[in-house]
Design a protein around this ligand. Structure first.
Ligand SMILES: [Zn+2]
Length: 306
């Protein structure tokens, strides 16, 4: 009889459930990104794993698995870490765009659309009176899918421009400009410049390969190939110069007069802008030693995370 009562008591205790917040479990299950390198080249997975972990250095760490066919699974362990990575896109490995998509645990990975990625696009050559959120949305929808209008940065070298966050389909060519009509007869052409653009083909206007590997070459006589895109679609450098602090001294004790270059948006194209006809794919690596990090982007990222 005592054993029977003890068993009943035990059963009651076992049935008393611990109460956990469902949101905690749901959140943990959503801390995954699936990624794909936009390249036909072989991707060295150990290098990618180390490089991206070092770049992102998540506070709670990261687990990266190879899924095959240049696809990867990134598991984060805190919302802050995964959000930091998503806000900072686009990311690159060895100059190859790393397409990222947030997934939910249990979803079929083969159904994840890995042909889209977010970019910041600058819209130039418009009169300041035309710069509005409604027009920014129209441009965003024309380029891909409009996500955000950044009103914090409006000028580089005193030239005004709009800056919009857009989700682009990397399978189609990048758009260069858009005609804007004001009233019956005033016409403007908005010019698009893409920030953090990496390996790009100036023949077909697509990301992921250079001119030497463009499929168009197999269909057109080499003599008749036209470069339909030029470096004007690359966002021009935005350099910051910082005067030395009055407290700083050189090793010999004199005032520190030097000016430190703090960072740049994209790379310094000032030299090749004057002679863009000579710019070829081989020059690319020189101007994109590390497309992942620029000061401007770091500032924006920090602002978003606050
Ligand atoms: Zn091409």
């Amino acid at each position: 009889m005592e054993d029977f009562l003890a068993n009943l008591a035990l059963a009651d205790e076992e049935e008393e459930a611990f109460q956990e917040d469902a949101a905690v479990i749901d959140q943990n299950l959503q801390l995954y990104l699936v990624g794909r390198c936009l390249t036909d080249s072989i991707v060295h997975f150990p290098s990618l794993r180390n490089t991206m972990a070092d770049l992102w250095h998540p506070i709670r760490g990261i687990c990266i698995l190879y899924l095959g066919e240049r696809h990867f699974l990134f598991q984060f362990f805190h919302e802050v870490d995964i959000r930091k990575v998503l806000v900072g896109t686009p990311w690159f490995f060895n100059n190859h765009l790393l397409l990222l998509h947030r997934i939910q645990f249990g979803k079929n990975l083969s159904l994840v659309p890995l042909t889209f990625n977010e970019f910041w696009v600058q819209v130039h050559d418009l009169p300041s009176g035309l710069m509005s959120e409604s027009l920014a949305k129209q441009f965003g929808e024309f380029l891909g899918q409009f996500l955000e209008y950044d009103t914090s940065i409006r000028s580089v070298n005193s030239h005004s421009f709009m800056r919009i966050r857009v989700q682009l389909n990397v399978v189609v060519h990048l758009k260069r400009k858009k005609k804007v009509m004001v009233g019956p007869d005033r016409i403007f052409y908005a010019q698009f410049q893409y920030e953090k653009l990496s390996l790009f083909c100036f023949i077909c206007g697509k990301l992921g390969h250079g001119e030497s590997f463009c499929p168009v070459r197999t269909r057109i006589d080499p003599e008749k190939i036209v470069f339909g895109w030029d470096i004007s679609i690359l966002a021009v450098a935005r350099r910051r110069s910082v005067s030395a602090s009055q407290w700083l001294r050189e090793v010999d004790g004199v005032d520190s007069k030097w000016i430190e270059k703090e960072g740049e948006f994209q790379g310094d194209f000032s030299g090749i802008l004057e002679n863009s006809g000579n710019f070829r794919r081989n020059d690319w690596g020189h101007f994109h030693k590390n497309p992942n990090f620029t000061l401007g982007e770091l500032i924006v990222r920090q602002e978003k995370l606050v």
